[in-house]
Design a protein around this ligand. Structure first.
Ligand code: MN
Ligand code: MN
Length: 301
């Protein structure tokens, strides 16, 4: 018995194809001094042009920033020289989510860090199959990373994806961990090892900065503008994360800031803090989305 019917699988495959093509095109677009907002908008526009929708804002996370940075409106930051750049993108087709990431390296010193993330991902993909435990997969990822002299980020995980859900159900840890969860036939997973230097703490902490948000709940709001903004968010993004860049011209600009503040204060909308490696060390990431089939998996991205 499969989790998804043939129609749903067709949408997952299309979602993955759009994402794969976008990732390959965006790789050639990212250079030192490229404005981050141009990368985000280019990736998101490519996804839309190919017939998908962004499942979350394009994340461009640099050096010790591990994840969850997207350009706020009017972002002026650029790709720094000698940096390590993680581009993490997601697509949905009628809600069916795929998720992929690549690390671009502008510092020869960190090339082996990137390679360790890619090798760990490869090892996990080669081993994932129905009935394997997630703790076994975590052990495989950890061993691959440590055998290359690096350290996994222990509090970031891979995850099952679903319809209108980026993080659904079961997680795939990046370290050996006691868990009784098993991978099941027909499920879809994003696998994403994060790797840092051996002398790092190897965990991420929340920073003060928040650039990605998600709808939580319809609540009674005071201002008409806040109501309108929330309605737009609920209808367009549902349970999926969004960026403030995507809210342009929904309400008059003079009222936008206050309206958005009310959505956060009322907990109609939540924010995802930017994740930073706790000891400030650089982080590399690799990610694919896979469909679990009888003897193993199929890479969708
Ligand atoms: Mn991702
Ligand atoms: Mn992911």
């Amino acid at each position: 018995m499969s989790v998804y019917d043939e129609e749903a699988l067709k949408k997952f495959r299309l979602s993955g194809k759009i994402l794969r093509e976008t990732r390959e095109e965006i790789k050639n677009f990212v250079h030192e001094d490229t404005p981050i907002i141009e990368i985000c908008e280019k990736a998101e526009n490519l996804i839309r042009r190919k017939g998908g929708k962004p499942a979350f804002p394009c994340n461009v996370s640099i050096n010790e920033i591990a994840a969850h940075y997207t350009s706020p409106p009017n972002d002026k930051t650029k790709i720094p020289k000698n940096s390590l750049v993680k581009v993490d993108i997601g697509v949905h087709v009628d809600g069916y989510v795929t998720d992929t990431a690549v690390t671009l390296c502008f510092n020869p010193e960190y090339e082996s860090l990137v390679e360790a993330a890619e090798q760990a991902l490869k090892a996990a993909i080669e081993n994932i199959r129905p009935e394997i435990s997630t703790s076994k997969l975590g052990a495989i990822i950890e061993k691959t990373i440590k055998s290359r002299g690096f350290k996994p980020i222990t509090n970031l995980t891979g995850h099952q994806v679903g319809r209108y859900l980026v993080h659904a159900g079961t997680s795939i840890p990046n370290v050996s961990q006691l868990s009784f969860s098993k991978i099941k036939l027909g499920e879809v997973y994003a696998i994403e090892p994060f790797v840092t230097l051996p002398n790092a703490i190897g965990r991420v902490r929340d920073s003060e900065e928040v650039t990605i948000f998600r709808f939580l709940k319809s609540r009674s709001l005071k201002s008409q503008h806040a109501k309108k903004l929330l309605k737009h968010i609920e209808e367009n993004f549902r349970t999926l994360p969004f960026a403030e860049r995507w809210l342009k011209n929904v309400v008059p600009q003079a009222h936008y800031h206050e309206a958005f503040k009310e959505l956060l204060a009322s907990k109609s909308v939540m924010g995802y803090p930017v994740f930073v490696e706790a000891s400030g060390k650089p982080v590399a990431q690799a990610e694919h989305t896979v469909l679990i089939v009888k003897d193993g998996s199929l890479i969708l991205t």
